[in-house]
Write a protein that binds this ligand. Sequence first.
Ligand SMILES: [Zn+2]
Length: 209
Amino acid sequence: MKPKPTNQKELTNTEPDELYEQVVTQSNQIEWVECEDVYKPIEKPIKEFIEEKEIRLPYTPVYILQSALTTLKTHLEVNKTVEQGGILFGQAYNDSQHGIYVEITAAVAAPATIGTGAHLEFTSDSWQGIMDYAKSTHPEANIVGWYHSHPNIGVFMSGTDMRTQRAFFYHPWCVSIIYDPIRNEIGCFLGEDAKVVKPAVFEPMLLMK
Ligand SMILES: [Zn+2]
């Protein structure tokens, strides 16, 4: 996001320093302009959502399609010696009463060349590359989070993971899924503070009833 002065006409034909001063003095009037990659959750009552998806589970902030979960686990089980990861695609919603909730519909592996490669752990730099890759290969899809493996170290958000979460996945609907393919443990964390949540897994709807 970049700040846009509320009155652009006043700011034309001014030197950069002057412009800066005007922006600063008018800071209480600055409105924030959304970048094209920032998107807003859809307003929808969660009751409606779970009825549509035929989910018979209590309300939770994270819903993951069974096939996305299977793809994620299968990917992370391929190599159990290094961290691997990828991007979660889906849709965020807002319920006026229950707040933000998110539907994860796909998990897409980050190419090894962009991910850790020979290193053991992802860094913020890796995730910048992975995000750029995900946006270029799936321009129509919404990124709602990320996932990665913790081979035989258990499921928790490390210091590096928290930095990644706060740098790239800070929206309240952003999900981090961590899977330990050796201990067979999985965890789900939501938002900037990586709150532990228990996701509901749902099946695709059958066309024939
Ligand atoms: Zn980690």
